[in-house]
Design a binder for this molecule. Structure first.
Ligand SMILES: [Zn+2]
Length: 68
C-alpha cells in the first residue's frame, strides 16, 4: 500500500514500480518484524520438536525392552 512518490497513485505491496508512471516505489518492508531463523523452510524450534519426537520412541524402546 505505497503511494507513488511521483504521481501519488496507490500501488499494491508487491509492486516495485508505479503501475502508472513506472517510478520506482520505496520499499516498506523495514516496518516488518525480523523473520525467525529458518532451517530448510521451517523455524529452528520446529526441528527441535521433530528431533525430540523422533528420538523419544527410540529411547523408550531401549528402556522398555525385556532384559534377557
Ligand atoms: Zn506513479
Amino acid at each position: 500500500m505505497a503511494d507513488c512518490t511521483s504521481c501519488g497513485t496507490w500501488n499494491p505491496d508487491d509492486k516495485d514500480v508505479c503501475w502508472r508512471c513506472q517510478t520506482k516505489l520505496p520499499r516498506i518492508e523495514e516496518k516488518k518484524k525480523k523473520k525467525p531463523s529458518v532451517f530448510f523452510g521451517l523455524p529452528t524450534w520446529t526441528w527441535v520438536i521433530v528431533v525430540i519426537l523422533f528420538l523419544a520412541p527410540l529411547f523408550t524402546q531401549c528402556f522398555s525392552a525385556p532384559a534377557g
